[in-house]
Design a protein around this ligand. Structure first.
Ligand SMILES: [Fe+2]
Length: 257
């Protein structure tokens, strides 16, 4: 399936922001990172597109400049800083990008955030809550539902941060299947975690290609989150709407004094 079918479908909806949650490459070869950068250019400019890496993007140690650094423009913080987490403010939303990408032994696909990134995540979520933004955490590995070989090693620490600071939405990839899981949030308000299968599934699996369009609308006491599921129809050779749902997301309670 040519990538142009996906890119044309994305463009038809003209989203204000696009989040790419990894994996972008397969074997972490230098040529793959350059090819992925070309695709990112076709998706949109850094001011509209946010990228985080997945485990395949760090399958083997690759120097930053020849590897993930090829996508630095789409990962740079609003304040021009490098590193994770980054924050991209997009209208009423703030995208908080994390990296779980670490080299792993053959046959493994695990990820890890690390204490430093988790500490900064808590600070960023607290500050963005006070700005009243719809906080969207971007992470490749889901916070639950994967085994030790494929899962997030410090998932318990991530769940602690989310339970303490909250977030209005978490988006992940990695699991190759759709998912909607309510994670524990502060004050009994769950954090919806939504997973999406690959937007460009591999050979023989093109019919599994999906992407999600999320619409965020402020409303009294919180937000409405509407999600449209777009999937590839091999017979029609184009993407089509497979379903949609709507979630009520409560506004967080401010802890500022
Ligand atoms: Fe992955």
């Amino acid at each position: 399936m040519p990538a142009s079918l996906l890119l044309d479908d994305l463009a038809a909806f003209a989203p204000h922001a696009v989040a790419v949650t990894g994996d972008l490459v397969n074997f972490a070869l230098p040529a793959e990172f350059i090819a992925a950068r070309d695709i990112l250019h076709r998706i949109g400019p850094p001011g509209r597109v946010s990228v985080i890496p997945g485990n395949h993007d760090a399958l083997v140690p690759v120097p930053w400049a020849q590897g993930i650094g090829q996508w630095a423009e789409w990962m740079r913080d609003d304040d021009a800083g490098e590193g994770f987490p980054f924050v991209h403010r997009r209208g009423p939303a703030a995208l908080v990008g994390l990296s779980t990408a670490i080299p792993t032994p053959p046959g493994w696909a695990a990820g890890r955030l690390g204490a430093a990134q988790l500490g900064l995540l808590g600070q960023r979520l607290a500050a963005l809550r006070e700005e009243g933004l719809f906080r969207v955490v971007l992470i490749h590995h889901p916070p639950c539902g994967e085994n030790r070989r494929r899962g997030l090693r410090d998932r318990a620490a991530l769940l602690d941060v989310l339970a303490r600071e909250g977030a209005e939405l978490l988006l992940h990839g990695h699991s190759h299947r759709p998912g909607l899981v309510p994670l524990p949030g502060p004050g009994g308000s769950p954090v919806p975690a939504i997973g999406v299968p690959p937007a460009l599934a591999g050979a023989g699996r093109h019919h599994l290609s999906r992407w999600h369009l999320h619409r965020v609308t402020p409303s009294a006491g919180g937000w409405w989150l509407e999600t449209l599921v777009r999937g590839y129809d091999p017979q029609a050779q184009r993407f089509a709407t497979l379903g949609e749902w709507r979630l009520r997301v409560a506004a967080p309670v401010s802890t500022a004094v």
